[in-house]
Design a protein around this ligand. Structure first.
Ligand code: PGA
Length: 287
């Protein structure tokens, strides 16, 4: 079965002192069924390496408590054992389209990988709006992330005006066709549907409105020859997700997870959202 994926997007919030209390609250509220989902934390980039080290040192302690002599293990063995213990994966909030070079202020996909990331959010509507990112740039960034072995979480979603004018499905189709790299092998394509008017506003579309868009995204990708090398697709919903609506959204057919902003800033709430009642049976595989 395709695993759900629940992502915390801290955006430009929190600093070093906030990390340990958040992790403490998260761990104390995560249930045993957490391995049913991939859980991902996307903090500001400057915190990534610090969080990775904290998680690693806890994992080493657990291995030692289990009687493993970590000094005798090769780097590969150690990596395998520690990653098997990891509940919280790390992701970046953005990466550069270029691999490296004179791009002041940018962070490369490789840097994210080196700091412990497996994922990276690309094309969030705040990047599209405040940094003028367009579909073609998002496509290049996604390709760079894939080339570095990161899983891009590609964000799409309509404005309130497009929703009201009834043009949202065509707009989203356009975003899909231009933002997702074509004719390449993608093992795990992750798309986050985030209606812009729902982000940070407390307003969410009805369950049937979310289902309509998610089905349309799913059909657009699965029926397009140019995406025939996509093996698996996970479509997430994002926008004002909280503890009261998470289980209902996760139960929508073809929804494979959530992208959580404001409600992820509290570790206990995010842990509870991550282990919301999981409804199985939404398997999607193009293989
Ligand atoms: P929100 O943000 O949960 O605060 O609405 C979601 C997002 O922007 O990813």
């Amino acid at each position: 079965m395709t695993k759900k994926i629940i992502i915390a997007n801290w955006k430009m919030n929190k600093s070093f002192d906030d990390v340990e209390p958040w992790l403490f609250d998260f761990k104390n509220n995560i249930k045993n069924n957490s391995n049913i989902s991939d859980i991902v934390l996307c903090p500001p980039a400057i915190l990534l390496d610090y969080i990775d080290e904290l998680l690693l040192s806890e994992e080493l302690d657990i291995l030692q408590e289990k009687g493993k002599n970590i000094d005798d293990l090769s780097e590969d063995e150690l990596e395998k054992l520690t990653s098997g213990l990891r509940v919280l994966n790390l992701g970046g909030q953005d990466c550069a389209a270029n691999e490296e070079g004179a791009f002041t202020g940018d962070i490369s996909a490789k840097m994210l990988k080196d700091a412990g990331c497996k994922y990276v959010i690309i094309g969030h509507s705040e990047r599209r709006q405040y940094h003028s990112e367009d579909n073609s740039l998002i496509n290049s960034k996604s390709l760079t992330a894939l080339n570095q072995g990161l899983k891009p979480i590609i964000c799409i979603g309509e404005s309130l005006q497009l929703r009201q004018e009834g043009k949202y499905l065509d707009f989203i189709k356009e975003q899909i066709h231009h933002s997702i790299p074509k004719d390449i092998d993608i093992k795990d394509l992750i798309i986050a549907y985030e209606p812009i008017w729902s982000i940070g506003t407390g307003k969410i579309p009805s369950i049937s409105d979310i289902a309509e868009v998610v089905d349309s995204i799913y059909n657009d990708i699965s029926q397009n020859e140019e995406f025939s090398r996509v093996k698996n697709i996970r479509i997430l919903y994002g926008g004002s997700v909280n503890l009261d609506n998470s289980a209902e959204i996760l139960a929508i057919n073809n929804i494979s997870g959530l992208l959580v902003g404001g409600a992820s800033l509290k570790g206990d709430i995010f842990a509870k959202i991550s282990t919301s009642e999981i409804v199985s049976g939404n398997q999607k595989s193009f293989a």
